[in-house]
Design a protein around this ligand. Structure first.
Ligand SMILES: Nc1ncnc2c1ncn2[C@@H]1O[C@H](COP(=O)(O)OP(=O)(O)OP(=O)(O)O)[C@@H](O)[C@H]1O
Ligand SMILES: O=c1ccn([C@@H]2O[C@H](COP(=O)(O)O)[C@@H](O)[C@H]2O)c(=O)[nH]1
Length: 237
């Protein structure tokens, strides 16, 4: 089974806690031992937003701010690489071909951002499509996709499952400025839709939640169901 895991910066490195990074690395290594081929994509989190906020105050434009964000995602990717064993490609790929080559060699590949105008959510979706992944998992700071931002709206309800086109509708109005927050960004949702990619959005603050989701489809987040796609088959079955 080939899986791409997007790990939000806010769940990997909300502060520089080595044990937390080790926890995520340990789950990735366990999945690799179970026979999964893995591409990981790491976000920038609060640190990226702090840098972006300061540079915005200094007058940088949105592309310059995105470039700062990309730099931070790549630093976070290096942090995860540092915690992974010998099976990881030590290089942070800057494009999908290099990441795909590493995965096909049997290495774990860890990417950050690639280009302005998107977030690492879109990188993960594009990598998943490029390597023909069986599953894409977003480990983010909320336990799934809600009808509205659950941190802003007490009446927001969680989707246990939804189609990719419903996802596009729900997140379509979220702003796309550098450093913006969304469980999955709009470009990622469109890529998931066109690739008919089976996708799970879950709370990754506890990395232990990722393993049962990948191996058995067990989680409390949101399943994005491919329209016209096949029924999911789980690795452990
Ligand atoms: N409809 C929605 N459903 C769920 N979360 C939403 C929704 N709309 C906005 N959000 C916000 O999206 C946030 C999750 O995305 P966020 O970008 O902060 O984290 P991430 O995916 O872990 O990546 P990173 O921290 O690297 O940016 C949540 O904290 C929530 O406030
Ligand atoms: O391909 C990419 C990836 C990221 N960015 C910029 O970086 C920040 C932080 O990334 P997150 O995935 O949101 O953690 C993002 O908001 C963008 O400003 C990018 O431009 N291109």
């Amino acid at each position: 089974m080939r899986v791409v895991i997007s790990i939000g910066g806010s769940v990997l490195a909300p502060n520089l806690d080595a044990r937390r990074v080790e926890g995520h690395a340990s789950v990735v290594e366990t999945l690799a031992r179970e026979g999964c081929e893995i591409g990981a994509v790491v976000g920038g989190g609060g640190v990226a937003r702090d840098y972006i906020g300061a540079a915005r105050d200094l007058g940088a434009n949105e592309v310059q701010l995105d470039q700062i964000g990309i730099d931070v995602t790549r630093i976070n990717a290096r942090l995860l690489i540092a915690a992974l064993g010998s099976q990881v490609d030590p290089k942070v790929p800057h494009d999908y071909e290099d990441a795909g080559d590493a995965i096909r060699r049997g290495d774990i590949s860890v990417m950050g951002g690639v280009m302005p105008g998107q977030t690492t959510d879109a990188v993960a979706a594009a990598l998943a499509e490029y390597v023909d992944a069986d599953l894409l998992v977003y480990a983010t700071s909320v336990d799934g996709v809600f009808s509205a931002d659950p941190n802003e709206d007490d009446d927001a309800t969680k989707f246990e499952e939804m189609t990719a086109s419903e996802l596009v509708d729900v997140i379509g109005d979220i702003e796309m400025n550098a450093g913006s927050s969304a469980p999955v960004d709009l470009l990622a949702a469109k890529l998931i839709e066109r690739a008919k990619m089976r996708t799970i959005v879950l709370d990754g603050t506890d990395p232990e939640r990722i393993e049962p989701a990948v191996l058995r489809g067990e989680h409390t987040g949101t399943d994005i169901i491919p329209e016209g796609g096949d029924e999911p088959t789980y690795w452990a079955q």
